[in-house]
Design a protein around this ligand. Structure first.
Ligand code: ATP
Ligand code: ZN
Length: 283
C-alpha cells in the first residue's frame, strides 16, 4: 500500500483529487475525513494541512505528497521532488505600499518585511546581500504594511488582486512555484513500484493536457510543407480523401507552439483544421 498526503482543504485540494481521478484512481471525497483508501489502486490518502505534508513525508508516515514548491523549500525537509504537477501555480513576491518608491532589492535595506516564509525571505535577502528585519506572521500578511506592522511583505501572489485591494504593489519575484509530488527517501521496492505506476499515469495525463490532436485537409501539392510543420508522435498520419488531389493529415501539437503552427499550416494551404483534446498520452 502506498500512502499519499494531500491538502485537506484549500487551493490544492480539488486539483489533487482531480489529478488522481484523471489517473483512474477513485477516492471518496475526504472533506470531513482524515484518511481514505482508494477503491481501485493500492493507495491510502491522508488529508492534511499543506504545511504538515513535508514533515509527514520526511518521517515516512506518508510515502508521497502533493504540495506547493513554496512549502517544500520553506520547510527544507529531507525529501525528494519526484514530479512537477503543473497546478497551484503562484509566485512568492515582495510587495510594498503602492505609493512607495522601489528601485531594486537594495530599497529593502534596514526595512521590516512581514512574511509567512521566513527561510525563503532570508535566503533571498542573503543572495542580494541585504540586511533587513524579517517579521514572521502566519496569516493575513497583506494587512501588515497598512497597519504599520511592516514596510514590505513577502507573500504568495497569483493574480495580484489581493495585493491591489490592500493598496500594495508587487515589486520583485522571489520564487515561482507550482504543486509537486514529493517522496520519502527510504521507500522499499514495493512502494517504489507503486510510485512508478502512479508516475506513469501522472505523466500520461499531463502530457495529454499539454498536447492537442489535429486533423486537417491538405492539397497534395502542399503535403510536404505541411508534414514538415507537424512532428506528430512519430510522424503524421496521411490518408487520401475521397476527392482526388487532397489528403487528410492527423498529428499531435504541443500547446506551447500551438497557435504559431496553426497559422503556419493555414498559410501553407491547410483547410478544415480540427483540434481535439487528448485524454491520455503514452509515448
Ligand atoms: P492549509 O490550511 O492547508 O494550511 P493554507 O491556507 O496554507 O492551507 P492555501 O491558501 O490553500 O493554503 O494555499 C495552498 C497552496 O496553494 C499554497 O501553498 C501555494 O502553493 C498554492 N497557491 C496557488 N495560488 C496561490 C495564491 N494566490 N495564494 C496562496 N497560495 C497559492
Ligand atoms: Zn498552509
Amino acid at each position: 500500500m502506498l500512502k499519499l498526503a494531500i491538502q485537506k482543504s484549500g487551493r490544492l485540494h480539488d486539483d489533487s483529487i482531480q489529478l488522481l481521478k484523471d489517473c483512474g484512481i477513485a477516492i471518496k471525497n475526504g472533506k470531513n475525513q482524515l484518511i481514505t483508501i482508494a477503491e481501485n489502486f493500492p493507495l491510502e490518502v491522508y488529508f492534511l494541512r499543506d504545511d504538515d505534508i513535508p514533515q509527514y513525508v520526511e518521517d515516512g508516515v506518508a510515502h508521497i505528497g502533493m504540495v506547493g514548491e513554496n512549502v517544500v523549500f520553506e520547510k527544507a525537509k529531507e525529501i525528494e521532488i519526484a514530479e512537477m504537477l503543473g497546478f497551484g501555480k503562484c509566485r512568492l513576491s515582495i510587495a510594498v505600499a503602492k505609493n512607495d518608491d522601489y528601485t531594486d532589492a537594495s530599497t529593502l535595506k534596514g526595512k521590516k518585511i512581514a512574511t509567512s516564509y521566513p527561510l525563503l525571505t532570508k535566503q533571498f535577502l542573503q543572495k542580494q546581500n541585504i540586511e533587513a528585519e524579517i517579521h514572521e506572521i502566519s496569516g493575513s500578511v497583506e494587512l501588515a504594511p497598512g497597519i504599520g506592522l511592516a514596510d514590505a511583505i513577502c507573500d504568495l501572489v497569483s493574480s495580484g488582486s489581493t495585493l491591489f485591494m490592500n493598496g500594495l504593489k508587487e515589486v520583485q519575484t522571489v520564487l515561482h512555484s507550482q504543486a509537486v509530488l514529493i517522496k520519502s527517501k527510504g521507500l522499499n521496492d514495493e512502494q517504489m513500484q507503486l510510485l512508478n505506476r502512479l508516475l506513469f499515469r501522472i505523466r500520461a495525463v499531463r502530457k495529454a493536457k499539454n498536447n492537442k490532436y489535429v486533423l486537417l485537409n491538405a492539397p497534395n501539392e502542399a503535403l510536404e510543407q505541411i508534414i514538415n510543420l507537424l512532428p506528430g508522435m512519430k510522424s503524421p498520419t496521411v490518408l487520401p480523401l475521397a476527392e482526388s488531389g487532397w489528403s487528410s493529415v492527423h498529428s499531435v501539437l504541443n500547446e506551447d507552439e500551438f497557435w504559431e503552427k496553426i497559422e503556419a499550416l493555414k498559410n501553407a494551404g491547410a483547410q478544415g483544421i480540427l483540434v481535439i483534446p487528448i485524454e491520455k498520452m503514452i509515448v
